[in-house]
Structure formats: C-alpha cells, structure tokens
Design a protein around this ligand. Structure first.
Ligand code: IPE
Ligand code: IPE
Ligand code: MG
Length: 236
C-alpha cells in the first residue's frame, strides 16, 4: 500500500454513497437500518482515506432532491447526521480530520445546523484529511449561486474560486450500481476519473476503497493533451 509520505500532494476523492435503502430492504431490515449501516461505511472510509493518499474526501449524504422522500425517512437521516456528529466529533479532531459541510443550512433542523458549526470550528485545525459532507446539496444550485454572486463579471477563474475552492475532484466513486451523477459536484468533476461499483454503500469497505484508488492510479490522465510519449507525430 502507498504510504502517506510518498503520496501525491493532493488527492480529492468524492463518493456518491448510494444503495443504503436497497441494502436494508434486502437484509429484511428497514431503509433506515440501511442508512445506519451506511454510517459505519463512512467511518471505515474516513479511517482508510489518509493511508490511500486521500487529502480531501467529499461525501454525498443528502441531496436537495432527497427532500422528496417520505418524511419519516428524511427524519431518520437527519437524526443519523446528528448521531454521527455527536459520536465522532472527538475522534475526527484527534485524527486530524477537518470537517466541513457543503449545501444549504437554512432548511436543516436548527440544532443540527448548530452542531455542524460546532464540529467545524473544533476540527478546523485538522491537517491530515479534509472531510466534506454534502447535505441539502445541489451542484446546479451551487453553480447558480456562484454565477449570481459574480454577475456580469463571471469568469472561469472566478467561478472556480467560488465553487471549486476544495480543488477539482480526481476520483469520483458511486456505489449502488447506478451510473449517474445525481447533481453532485458537476463543476468539480469536469476532469474526474469515474469509478462505479455494484456494491451497496453499507457493504463498501477499505478494500473496495483501495481497489478504486489503485484503479485510479493506473489510469492516464491527459486533460485534453496527449498521453506521455505520444506527443510526437510519427511521419506517415
Ligand atoms: C443513499 O442511499 C443515501 C441517500 C440518498 C440519503 P439510498 O437511500 O438512495 O439507497 P437506495 O438507492 O434507495 O438503495
Ligand atoms: C444520490 O443518491 C444522493 C446521495 C447519495 C445523497 P439518490 O439515490 O438520491 O440518487 P438517484 O435518485 O438514484 O439519482
Ligand atoms: Mg439511491
């Protein structure tokens, strides 16, 4: 395994954590049980990330579109976010993890929004991993907000500063078998490598994370240029 020392300077992984509900139902449990098991997968990934060279980990926990789910499921998810913060805040700080939240805060239960702020402040000094959790998040809304803020002065660089302040996504993982972005980090994923797995999020473990990272490292990223050693046109 690659050590933290020889890892590249920045490696941003984003994960669409999908499949909790189906996993719960297939186990003969509830969808909420699936979400609870999903929180364990979050813990495994946060722990494994630095060892894989990941410096920024952005997790999609709740989309703007997810408000369309039945009230009891939404309430169960909000309770779970609260429970995660209460249970893990201290461990995050001890492990040098800086937590921040993406997305709207004004529609969250006020005590949850306050708890997010408390953990963000407490963990602000963490330099080992930046953990970003997207709750009530829509990438298209983030892009609209940034464009509005810049108005007629909108430029690629200006939008990049407002939207992509955590840097571009290098590797996007989606569990649960679907192959779509569901309004997650559309701007930041402009040149991301994509990795999909049929494994449901509660099943996802450090070995799966390692397999995705290894697959990523074997890819050649060209950003529109040519791959190394292909730069010289051979005479016909
Ligand atoms: C992802 O799992 C978690 C959230 C969207 C909150 P799902 O709840 O979408 O699980 P499936 O896709 O229905 O199995
Ligand atoms: C995407 O999963 C959102 C999160 C993982 C939080 P969904 O299950 O909500 O996405 P769709 O409905 O399959 O596009
Ligand atoms: Mg889903």
């Amino acid at each position: 395994m690659q050590s933290e020392a020889d890892a590249p300077k920045s490696f941003h992984v984003a994960i669409i954590m999908d499949g909790n509900g189906r996993w719960g139902t297939r186990q003969g449990l509830s969808r909420a049980d699936g979400h609870r098991a999903g929180a364990e997968a979050v813990r495994r990934c946060v722990e494994a990330a630095p060892g894989l060279g990941v410096t920024t980990l952005t997790l999609f926990a709740f989309s703007v579109a997810n408000w369309r789910r039945p009230d009891p499921e939404v309430a169960a998810l909000m309770s779970l976010f609260r429970a995660y913060l209460a249970a893990d805040a201290r461990r995050l700080v001890e492990n040098g993890v800086r937590l921040s939240m993406l997305g709207r805060r004004d529609r969250l239960p006020p005590d949850l929004a306050a708890e997010v702020e408390t953990v963000e402040a407490a963990s602000a000094g963490g330099g080992r991993l930046s953990l970003r959790i997207a709750i009530d998040y829509s990438s298209r809304e983030a892009i609209v907000a940034a464009a509005r803020a810049l108005g007629g002065a909108a430029t690629l660089g200006g939008l990049e500063r407002l939207i992509g302040e955590a840097g571009p996504v290098d590797l996007l993982i989606r569990t649960g078998g679907e192959k779509r972005l569901s309004d997650f980090l559309l701007w930041e994923c402009a040149f991301a490598e994509l990795w999909f797995t049929d494994r449901m999020w509660p099943e996802f473990d450090a070995d799966d994370f390692g397999a995705a990272a290894a697959d990523y490292r074997a890819r050649v990223r060209t950003f529109g240029a040519l791959p190394p050693k292909a730069g010289v046109l051979q005479p016909a």
